[in-house]
Design a protein around this ligand. Structure first.
Ligand SMILES: [Zn+2]
Length: 135
């Protein structure tokens, strides 16, 4: 199976500040982060597309007991992108102790940060971050 957008291409996009995803030509659904098939219809007629990098924070949790190598506390959030895909990442630029339910529904901008490879991953890689957009 041919991947329209490889992990390496996705990572290089993040390096440039671009959020590369896939748009399905069969059902017009956006898949992000990229997968081998459409997240809606499992179709493979996909086009690489650059996403807006903005969305709405839908839910989050504050991690206080973290896996080895991580530094708690930190906030893990799920964001619904303007294009409809949901993505998980770390909410940065806030004090985790100030995180409360008023965060739900706030606009965020995507970013990324490099994390070192550890016992849970194969190599250093970029992960998605979110920052609140001032209203
Ligand atoms: Zn589809």
């Amino acid at each position: 199976m041919e991947y329209k957008l490889t992990f390496d291409q996705y990572q290089k996009g993040l390096d440039r500040g671009e959020f590369l995803g896939l748009r399905c030509n069969a059902c017009d659904t956006f898949t992000f982060p990229p997968l081998g098939t459409c997240r809606n219809c499992s179709g493979t007629d996909l086009e690489v597309t650059r996403l807006s990098g903005q969305g709405i924070l839908r839910t989050f949790t504050v991690i206080r007991v973290a896996p080895e190598g991580m530094n708690p506390p930190y906030v893990v959030a799920m964001v619904e992108l303007e294009e409809g895909a949901w993505v998980i990442g770390n909410l940065v630029d806030i004090n985790p102790d100030d995180a409360d339910m008023t965060l739900i529904g706030k606009k965020v901008r995507l970013g990324s940060q490099m994390v070192k490879g550890d016992i849970f991953s194969a190599c250093d890689s970029r992960v998605i971050t979110f920052s609140l957009i001032a209203n």
